[in-house]
Design a protein around this ligand. Sequence first.
Ligand code: DLL
Length: 433
Amino acid sequence: MIWNKQYECMEREELLKLQGERVKSMVKRVYDSVPFYRKKLEEMGIEPGDINTIDDLQKLPFTTKQDLRDNYPFGLFTVPQSDIVRLHASSGTTGKSTVVGYTHNDIQMWSEVVARSLTMAGVTKSDIIQVAYGYGLFTGGLGLHYGAEKVGASVIPISGGNTKKQLQLMEDFGSTVIACTPSYAAYLGEALVEEKIDRNKIKLRAGVFGAEPWTEEMRSQIEHLLGIKAYDIYGLSEIIGPGVSMECHCQNGMHIFEDHFIPEIINPDTGVVLPYGELGELVFTPATKEAMPLIRYRTRDLTRLHAEPCECGRTLVRMEKCVGRSDDMLIIRGVNVFPSQVESVLLEMSETKPHYLLVVDRENNLDILEIQVEIEEQFFSDEIKELEGLRKRIKANIASLLGISATIRLVEPGTIERSMGKAQRVIDKRKLK
Ligand code: DLL
């Protein structure tokens, strides 16, 4: 068990002081060693000596994904290549991937925050954890791996995919915890039934799911399918990887490890910092990173922060489940729609399975949305009349909750492509035109 009470239960005043000291020393480091940051700060007339307390953070400029691309591959590193012990890269759908580097100390810090995260899900050295996030350039697999080893759990580094083998090892090795994307967890749950595996032989009790947005409705479905308690873990490669924040047993938002990653919520249009409780874009300053600390990195993830104390005893702020990324937001006939909103509507209905796809297109200059949704086998074999009733109910719920009209296509179980990693929930054909 790794519960670092010194930092996780720190008095707010003390934590803010610590954050101030950490930002101050980090700004001096990047100013001295990263030409990009020196230039940017000089242009704004800021010197490292101007940054003394955490309140001064707001004087500093933002860093964006484009800045990482412009400095591809190693331009933002603060240390010589000989001090880098690991490189990861995020795939990125457009342009060059973004590269991140880690020193030995960075890997230690990362392992600790993931270990703290797993501790929140009750993971101890007695657990057997199946790490089914992808290993490789993606941070999920190795991130969870090192954290689980630090806790002392027995790690099965199976990586993503190979579903039959996942189930076989789950049964034979007696995995008690599974770590993967929520979409893959839903698929594993389904495969368990298809393979007719005796549920009594499965010892799973908890899941550590993240890397993509997922709703409370998805959580209920996964918990039901796998017979476990499902926890949300958040992170991004630019900041460290998984383990930036995690839900404790109270499941009242994800605690951010603020001693390392300093969060802010901003208005994405104006860059103005918003108070706790307001919805906006999450910004992080990973102040203790050695190889690649960033100043006010804009994540594009939309959420809210809450600072009220949590029953678990941790004083760290909590972030709500992400609504989605600002770049995943669809604008359909002028209405803003997040795939996660569609997911909540669909999965609230017992007839639907957690597999769906949004196809957006344009016809006669008008946006059209088709939602393909898989339904449970027993309902699919029902009479046409009943299927039609279900289709109409989904359409009405989408219209009343999201304010858009969509074509609903009910598809047979197994039709929508399953994802072993991050699910693709949207095909926007308008972009291809
Ligand atoms: O997805 C790191 C990770 C691995 C997190 C395993 C959790 C578990 P990237 O590939 O850089 O890193 O993608 C980061 O994924 O900005 C969010 O948009 C999204 N994301 C990550 N975790 C969550 C989550 C990893 N729990 C991007 N809920 C982030 C919603 C998430 N979105």
